[in-house]
Each structure stands twice: as C-alpha cells, then as structure tokens.
Ligand binder design. Structure first.
Ligand SMILES: *Cc1c(COP(=O)(O)O)cnc(C)c1O
Length: 493
C-alpha cells in the first residue's frame, strides 16, 4: 500500500489550519456589501488573516488534535508532585447546575447568596482540614497562592515595623516556585541543604537560621518533594517562631496528609491548597487551577481580599477597605468559582472519614510501588515513603539507559511518565505518584513495565530503549534544541 501522508491507521497526520486553508473555500459565505458607508469612520477593517476553512474541516481538525493528547481520562498518570487523580463526574454535574454555571460576577449579591454560601462553606472546610481558619479563595493556582501567602507574611512584618526581616529560608529540594515567589516579594533566599538525608535536619536548619534576626520566614513542603515526611518539623517551626519568623507550608503534597494531620499542628502559619491536586478539580487544559490560602488568625488581617463573610443570615464579599492591613486584591472578582463548586462537591461526597481514607490509600499505593521496584531501581532515601516514591536511574545508567529513556518507554506502553529529573537534588530522579484512585491492576501494569525495562538493561537489550516511543504520534524530539532554539512560529509562505 502506498503511504499518502504520515497518517497511520487512526493516527491522522494533521497539518496546521493555515496549511489546509484555501482562499476559494471560505468558511463563511456572506455577500459583499455594496455602497454601504463605513460606519467605523476612517478605520476600514483590515484583513485579519484567519484561515479560510469550512466547519467540518475545523471540527475534524480539533477533534483529531484532541486525540493526540494524553490525559488522566486516558490512563495512568503518575506525575510526581502533581497529584493527577481522577476528577469525579459528580463534581462536573454540580458545577454545571444552571444556578452555578450561569452566574455573572457582577450580579448583585442579593441574587448570588447560594454561591456565596458555597464559598463560605468551602472556606470553612479548608479552615477545618488545615487548622488554619483564615481562608482566602481567590488565588488562581498553587504558585499564585504562594505569592498570596508570602505577601501576607510580608504585610505582617511591615505592619509590625520588622524591616530587618529580609530573608526566607528554602530547602534545596523545594519546588522552583518557592524561591521564585520569595524573590518576587523582594526577599533574599537562604538555602537549607538536605542532600544526604533528603530531609531538613535540625542542625541544617539551625545553621541557616543563625540568630534569626533577618529571617522573615521559611517555605517548606511537607511531605517534601523526595516523598518524605519532615520528621523534625515541629521543633523546626518552634525555633522559627521564637526567632519571629513565619512558616509558609507549600500545600501541594497535602494529599498525603488530608484528614490525618492538621498543618497548623505542625506549626504552619499560612499555606496554599492546590484544589486541582488534593481536591480533584481538573488540571492544565481541563483547568483552570485554584490555589486558596489558609492562615492563622494572627495573619488573617493581612490576607488578600476579598473574603466571603456571613453577617447574620446574609453572605457577602468583604472588600479591600474592610481589611485595611490586607496585602491587597490579587485577582479579578473572587477566584475560580467553578473550581470552588467542584472542590466542595469532592469534600462533601467523601466526608471527613472519606478524605482520611484518600490520604491513607494514596500513601499505601506509593509504598506498594516502592516495595515492588526497590530491588530493580536505586532508592536514594530508604522508605517507607509518603504519597509518592523516589527512584533514580543510577543502576541503569551504568549500561547507558537514563531516566529519559525510561520515561519514553512508558509512553510506548501507553502511560504518562513520572516526574523526571526533579527534585533537582537527586541525580536522574524519577518521582512517582500513583494517587489513591488507581486500581491494583493499573499499578501492577506500571510495575510490570518498569521491571521489564530493568530486566532489559540487565540483559544488555538496551538498543530499543533509546528509540522509544515508536508508536506515539511523535517520536523522540531533540529536546535540547527545542529548549535552546524554540521555533514557535509558522510563517505564511
Ligand atoms: C504543583 C506544585 C506547586 C505549584 O502549584 P501550581 O498549582 O502548579 O502553580 C508548588 N509546589 C509544589 C511542591 C508543587 O508540586
């Protein structure tokens, strides 16, 4: 059979809309207006350069592209630190209820009491689960929540006249958004090294703290990005508080703790919650994200606005002027309301006991994978782990097979790779987070592929591992070139 383009079976070759477009087949067929005076004055309408394409062509284009995407609804997605759990359809149904879906943010508050009550209830649940009752729902993602939280800390220090507090402590295993956030707020970053243990030790912390005079706070993810619980966190937070610093808890890994531990009991003063991680609202293309912050009563006056409050039987959005020490408004209106509906639906359908079970199952699943793979792959820090497990390519690399090869092999077997080369402190890192929503069959399938790779490496069958994926819409790309010389434009020839 002759190959007519790159289409193979149901995997279509899909060119750009501009490549398909033909000037003699416009998608819209309107008569050319004759002798009509221009109602826009001198501003004649210019060609806007949209491709001319018919409706069925446009529909096929986007449907074909959509089939090239991989998603949590396709298959296993063990992307460490991202908590890619199933998005229950009940939540979607709730968010689509016309009373929620058709609201407009400028509607008078008398007509949006139900929505405000829902947000108030979500604030209450988040406050209860974290032990931090000051809740602001507006931040649009985790990183935005970090910004909100560090701005809150900064506003508190400035209000107290603590201008000498200019340093934020961040462990070297932190997500890049932590130091970036602190730097954006004008702080100097002092790194706490964790290399040997994978944890912040009391001695490393004390050294970074010094006499604490210039320390405004610290940002710590717990469990951390090595999948480990920070055992000394209570002593560390006590010392930090004694020195007049605040503890920012990066809540991205809350899925390991929800319902089991209240971050306030660990000394956290303010933290963000990624609703799109822990509370199952869709990520990325299915987003938008949502990153509410929760804080202590002491920090609440400095939180961003607006907050939903209840006056007797009426709900309303508090505005900036009502919280004069607030660090300000960070987002138009009140945040991603559709995500608030989904997250509350998730919480209420699980209940307090169900949420506890979520974190227990997430932790058991990660430990199951660790226990099955620890003889095949190098484990940098001994288990048990929390809700994600960390492996490296140390053993395989001796035979030339790297973390990148292993990730690409997973694509060949129809799975999304784990998080690779992160955390940065571990060479060739593979951070695997299965989440609680996977079946044992799916976990076993992943383990099977990982074992196959390890056995192929041991047996010296490594050639094909460097070529994968061969069955995906795209083969291996020159990632270095793509990063160094990104070519993001298609030129009309
Ligand atoms: C995901 C993540 C963030 C940032 O959250 P976004 O919602 O992606 O902005 C911060 N810290 C850690 C540890 C994360 O995993």
């Amino acid at each position: 059979m002759t190959q007519i383009d790159d289409t193979r079976g149901l995997d279509y070759h899909e060119s750009l809309l501009w490549e398909k477009a033909r000037s003699d087949t416009p998608g819209v067929d309107l008569p050319t207006p004759e002798n009509k005076p221009l109602r826009t004055g001198q501003n004649a309408r210019a060609e806007i350069g949209l491709p001319q394409i018919s409706e069925p062509q446009a529909v096929r284009h986007f449907v074909r592209l959509s089939t090239k995407n991989y998603s949590i609804d396709h298959g296993f997605f063990p992307l460490g630190s991202c908590t890619m759990k199933h998005n229950p359809r009940l939540n979607e149904k709730m968010a689509r209820l016309p009373g929620f879906a058709h609201l407009h943010p400028l509607q008078p508050m008398e007509t949006t009491q139900g929505a405000l009550a829902l947000m108030c209830e979500l604030q209450r649940w988040l406050g209860e689960l974290t032990g931090l009752p000051g809740v602001c729902l507006t931040p649009a993602a985790g990183a935005h929540g970090e910004l909100a939280g560090i701005m809150t800390i900064r506003a508190a220090h400035l209000h107290k006249g603590h201008h000498h507090k200019t340093v934020i402590l961040v462990p070297d295993s932190a997500h890049g958004t932590n130091p970036a956030t602190a730097a954006m707020c004008g702080y100097t970053i002092r790194t706490i090294p964790t290399r040997e243990t994978g944890r912040v030790t009391l001695s490393a912390f004390k050294e970074a703290l010094g006499d604490g005079y210039d320390v405004a706070g610290m940002m710590v993810t717990n469990p951390n990005t090595c999948g480990l619980f920070e055992k000394d966190i209570r002593e560390i937070s006590d010392l930090l508080h004694k020195a007049g610093g605040y503890f920012y808890g990066d809540g991205a890994n809350f899925n390991a703790l929800v319902g089991k531990i209240r971050p306030s009991d660990l000394g956290v003063d303010v933290m963000h919650i990624n609703l799109h991680k822990t509370f199952s609202t869709p990520h990325g293309g299915g987003g938008p994200g949502s990153g509410p912050i929760c804080c202590t009563p002491e920090l609440a006056p400095y939180m961003p606005t607006p907050i939903v409050i209840k006056d007797q039987n009426t709900y309303r959005l508090e505005q900036a002027g009502e919280r004069p020490t607030s660090c300000g408004q960070l987002k138009g209106f009140h945040g991603q309301f559709g995500m608030h509906v989904r997250a509350l639906s998730y919480m209420m359908s699980h209940g307090k006991d169900g949420l506890k079970r979520v974190s227990e199952d997430a932790v058991i699943h990660a430990n199951y994978i660790l226990s099955q793979l620890q003889d095949d792959y190098h484990v940098p820090y001994a288990g048990p782990c929390m809700h994600e497990c960390l492996l490296t390519d140390k053993i395989q690399k001796e035979k030339g097979v790297t973390t990148l090869d292993i990730a690409k092999t997973l694509i060949e077997y129809g799975m999304h790779p784990m998080t690779v080369y992160f955390p940065l402190v571990v060479q060739g890192a593979m951070l695997i987070e299965p989440t609680e929503t996977e079946s044992q069959a799916e976990l076993d399938r992943f383990i099977h592929v990982m074992k196959m790779v390890a056995q192929d490496v041991t047996a010296g069958r490594t050639d094909t591992l460097h070529t994968y994926p061969v069955s995906a819409p795209r083969r291996r790309l020159d990632e270095v070139k793509a990063a160094k010389e990104p070519n993001l434009r298609w030129k009309v020839s």
